[in-house]
Write a protein that binds this ligand. Structure first.
Ligand SMILES: Nc1ncnc2c1ncn2[C@@H]1O[C@H](COP(=O)(O)OP(=O)(O)O)[C@@H](O)[C@H]1O
Ligand SMILES: [Mg+2]
Length: 243
């Protein structure tokens, strides 16, 4: 179970060290700390976290992927790994947090936190310190309505953490479909911008994780790799100096 002082320790050990090096942040043009959050399971958080970390690595960025979900699939993916990954991975535990983080700070410039499907302390702690929260949503009205709690938590975190930018990311979109008006309206009501990039539902994405690879290793010239490259580009175009 999560120890009582986890929140403070998480922020101090995990997030603050990354925020110290402001010059490196500005030079890189992309935020040092990103969390992928949605209280709902199955929306693609882990798929996005792994492949976004890989997209950063494609651009020679040093990344630490933090598995914030104790029951998470990052762990199973790690066990299935067949190919060495171009980023560091930390499966969260109190001891890893305390022992390994100082070493990672030297090695990694960016952290990407794959949050659990719950609005628990890990999600809260992540939102308290990071610069960008990505909320993946599948393009179904029911799923968007069920993101209400996540959105409320993000808005509350933005009141406490004025540096926090939030973006929706359409995930698991069916190929050759357009977003319906009702979905655009539902998203607009939350007043959180939506990334132009959309992550399409593709067999290769599921297969790549099962094969223990990231999408750039599994199908480097496919559409999915292109979508993650495009997401990386969009993130690097956000203006971090003026948050
Ligand atoms: N864009 C996608 N295309 C195909 N399969 C996907 C896609 N996104 C997620 N999946 C599959 O859906 C399931 C849930 O995805 P996952 O990333 O674990 O979601 P979460 O972390 O939000 O629970 C997994 O089996 C994964 O392989
Ligand atoms: Mg997950």
């Amino acid at each position: 179970m999560i120890p009582p002082n986890f929140f403070q320790r998480f922020k101090k050990k995990f997030i603050e060290p990354w925020e110290e090096n402001v010059a490196a942040q500005e030079e890189s043009g992309i935020p040092p700390s990103i969390a992928i959050v949605n209280q709902k399971g199955g929306v693609g958080k882990t798929t996005i976290a792994v492949n976004l970390a890989a997209a950063f690595a494609q651009h020679r960025k040093e990344v630490l992927l933090v598995d914030g979900d104790p029951q998470g699939s990052v762990k199973s993916w790690l066990q299935a790994l067949t190919t060495q990954q171009p980023f560091h991975v930390l499966t969260i535990s109190e001891s890893a947090l305390l022992e390994e983080i100082p070493g990672f700070k030297e090695k990694a410039l960016h952290i990407i936190i794959d949050c659990p499907p719950a609005l628990n302390k890990i999600s809260q702690a992540a939102l308290g310190g990071i610069r960008l929260v990505i909320v993946p949503v599948t393009p179904s009205p029911l799923d968007i309505w069920s993101s209400k709690g996540t959105v409320e938590m993000v808005k509350e975190a933005q009141r406490e953490n004025p540096h926090l930018k939030a973006r929706f990311l359409i995930s698991r979109k069916i190929v050759n479909t357009k977003l319906g008006e009702s979905i655009k309206d539902s998203l607009a009501q939350y007043k959180i911008p939506v990334f132009k990039t959309e992550i399409t539902q593709r067999v290769s994405l599921a297969q790549s994780l099962l094969a223990g690879k990231n999408i750039f290793q599994f199908a480097p010239h496919g559409y999915s790799a292109f979508e993650f490259e495009s997401l990386f580009q969009e993130i690097s175009r956000l203006r971090w100096r003026h948050v």
